[in-house]
Write a protein that binds this ligand. Structure first.
Ligand code: ATP
Ligand code: MG
Length: 636
């Protein structure tokens, strides 16, 4: 057995050898001539000269062996719809969609914006783009018109694929009016619009611009076969805008070959996914987790992917787990925020289903606090595996690999997502000097040049912004900043302490808001918590904690609130010391989050300082802000 540490060292010391071998996992139409071109930092090109196609690798390649296997299982608890498609059926649907795009004039290199609810056509559209070499830009369905307009202006699509409506918690959200408004607002050349009619909302058409996509082929109509465009490995496959937790979203550009190889490798080593397995990633195709682990990685690996429209607790907290039993799901992937929602439910609901097919639950997107990790691991009695990454990287940078042949994987440690993933030269560095921090010292999580395959290649049409945003830090163009704050221990495990702009400075002590959140969440009454730094004339900054209780009635009376606030402060005192004690702990029913489930600490801090909350275009439920305001009112 090799130790994981030496396996990792080899992957970064000789990246050409390591990734050259991994490249066999996908089909190349023409072989590459060079594994890595690192002649122009910070840009890196992988598998130079090789041509391939993501759709070919996701579908065509599997037809001989897996034509009759399910490729996609669609379940909507919003509409009651359910649909299963084998690889052969998916192939037909994707070709039909590709032909429709072609008929509307879409060419290789053109952008297609996908503004869709979670329906199979959204996946068909992504794969159809990949097939014809068009660059997709999936925008989270239901985003406000202004939001959509900025993305239209940035990507200048020739086609927008959309639908009449989405549905959330049983409420229909018409998309078409939002899209019409966005197109009025946009300054980009007018695109064509292709619409899927779910018959959920009226959908008046704009003549000459809008076409309705036929839900099924005409009887007897032959299936069009649209040949795959063979793309050079470094041509763009898609643009995806970051969540916008910290500011103006950036158009992350991804390549073709590097992405395919990175995902195929990760599915095997990090997730332990094998051909024929069933994977349920409960995310949205509008986020990077959806791109990589609902659509591309499972299909590249010849697995069945489950596409789910709905909430984790509707009709009740057992819904996902009944799906595990019925669909014999092997791997599940979601965000900690979904588990925190479940935590308010009875764990018996989870255990009522037969979960024997399930091998592991993967979580990513936000810090996984220990109590949540322990709660879910106990409730389902399966390994719970945290992984840390960003839209920019496309696949995990920190986790514990599931299994790599002949390699000994370290045992997990609660509270840390894991160790640096093969391919990533990850270190924790001092944010001023750039020096690598000693074990136990806090710093910025950085990646040394070159980034491995699958990571962003640039900001769409803006190389300067890419360099300025990510690479213009302490050590010039050789180190990428994640803008996350962390600490590495002597065994290489890295704990995430929060975003660099969430670090607060209390009387000269630098504290990650994450550390205080983790501490507060250990109190059994707490379901969810956000900690932010608030300006203070004496200490510079103080921490405010906003807590959602598992049982909200515990904070109804002012006396109970005070008692609980005191208890929570003592919890922090005991665990982190009194410097970290929040100046106030306030109780709310709901925390403001982005649609992808990330806390909007920036907006909470602004409210606490009496400022306007700033850009809120990606907020999930604006009423959460009123609750923060109201709670601050209680605080006087
Ligand atoms: P923006 O970059 O526009 O502000 P964002 O950073 O929220 O938005 P994403 O790329 O979706 O957009 O999120 C990546 C970030 O999420 C990471 O940089 C990190 O802060 C956080 N994150 C992701 N996974 C984890 C994890 N397992 N543990 C802790 N934090 C995580
Ligand atoms: Mg980010």
């Amino acid at each position: 057995m090799t130790r994981y540490k030496s396996f990792h060292a080899h992957s970064v010391d000789d990246p050409a050898a390591f990734w050259g071998r991994q490249a066999d996992r996908i089909h190349w139409h023409t072989p590459f001539t060079q594994v890595l071109d690192d002649s122009r930092p910070p840009f890196a090109r992988w598998f130079v000269g090789g041509t391939t196609n993501l759709c070919y690798n996701a579908l065509d390649r599997h037809l001989p062996e897996r034509g009759a296997q399910d490729a996609l299982v669609y379940i909507s608890t919003e509409t009651g719809a359910e649909r299963r498609l084998t690889f052969a059926e998916m192939f037909v649907e994707v070709n039909r969609m590709a032909a429709a795009m072609r008929a509307l004039g879409v060419q290789r290199g053109d952008r297609v914006l996908i503004y869709m609810p979670m329906i199979p056509e959204a996946v068909f559209a992504m794969l159809a783009c990949a097939r014809i070499g068009a660059i997709h830009s999936v925008v989270f369905g239901g985003f406000a018109a202004g939001n959509l307009a900025t993305r239209i202006d940035d990507a200048e699509p020739v086609l927008i694929v959309s639908a009449d409506a989405g549905s959330r918690a049983g409420r229909v959200i018409p998309y078409k009016p939002l899209l019409d408004d966005a197109l009025l607002e946009s300054k980009a050349p007018q695109p064509k619009v292709l619409l899927v009619d779910r018959r959920l909302a009226p959908m008046p058409l704009f003549p000459g611009r809008d076409t309705v996509y036929p839900s099924a082929p005409e009887p007897g109509e032959p299936t069009p076969i649209v040949p795959c465009e063979w793309l050079e490995s470094n041509e763009p496959s898609y643009i995806l805008y970051t969540s916008g937790t910290t500011g103006r979203p950036k158009g992350v550009q991804r390549d073709v070959g590097g992405y395919a190889v990175a995902l195929a490798t990760s599915m095997d080593y990090l997730f332990g996914g094998k051909p024929g397995d069933v994977m349920f990633t409960a995310s949205d195709i509008g986020w990077v987790v959806g791109h990589s682990y609902i659509v591309y990685a499972p299909l590249l690996a010849g697995m069945t992917t489950v596409l789910y429209e709905g909430l984790p607790v509707r009709p009740d907290g057992g819904v996902w787990w009944r799906m595990v039993e019925r669909l014999k799901i092997n791997l599940m992937f979601t965000a900690p925020t979904a588990i925190r929602v479940l935590k308010k439910q009875d764990p018996a609901l989870l255990r009522a289903s037969d979960l024997s097919s399930l091998r592991a639950l993967f979580l990513a997107g936000e810090p996984l606090d220990e109590p949540t990790a322990t709660w879910i691991a106990r409730a389902i009695d399966k390994p719970v595996i945290d992984n840390y990454w960003q839209t920019e990287t496309g696949w995990p940078m920190l986790t514990l690999p599931r299994a790599i042949d002949g390699v000994e994987i370290p045992a997990p440690k609660l509270g840390a997502p894991g160790v640096p993933v093969y391919g990533y030269r990850l270190s924790v560095r001092n944010e001023r000097t750039g020096a690598v921090c000693a074990a136990g010292q806090k710093g910025v999580i950085a990646l040394d040049y070159p980034l491995p395959p699958g990571c962003m290649t640039t900001v769409w049409r803006d190389d300067e912004r890419y360099i300025k945003t990510y690479w213009s830090n302490f050590i010039g163009r050789m180190s990428y900043s994640t803008f996350d704050w962390g600490v590495q221990d002597g065994d290489d495990f890295v704990t995430i302490l929060g975003r660099t702009d969430d670090v607060i400075n209390v009387a000269g002590h630098r504290l990650g808001t994450r550390e205080i959140e983790e501490s507060l969440s250990r109190h059994p009454a707490v379901a969810e918590v956000a900690v932010v730094g608030v300006k203070d004339t004496v200490k510079g900054q103080v921490a405010f904690g906003f807590v959602v209780l598992r049982d909200p009635t515990r904070a109804e009376q002012a006396m109970d609130r005070l008692a609980l606030e005191g208890e929570l402060m003592q919890t922090v005192d005991r665990q982190l010391g009194s410097v970290a004690r929040p100046a106030r702990v306030l109780f709310v029913g709901l925390l403001p989050k982005t649609r992808s489930g990330k806390l909007l600490r920036r907006a909470i801090a602004a409210l606490a300082e009496g400022r306007e909350p700033g850009d809120l275009t990606t907020i999930e439920d604006p009423s959460a802000l009123h609750q923060i305001r109201a709670a601050l009112g209680f605080a006087g």
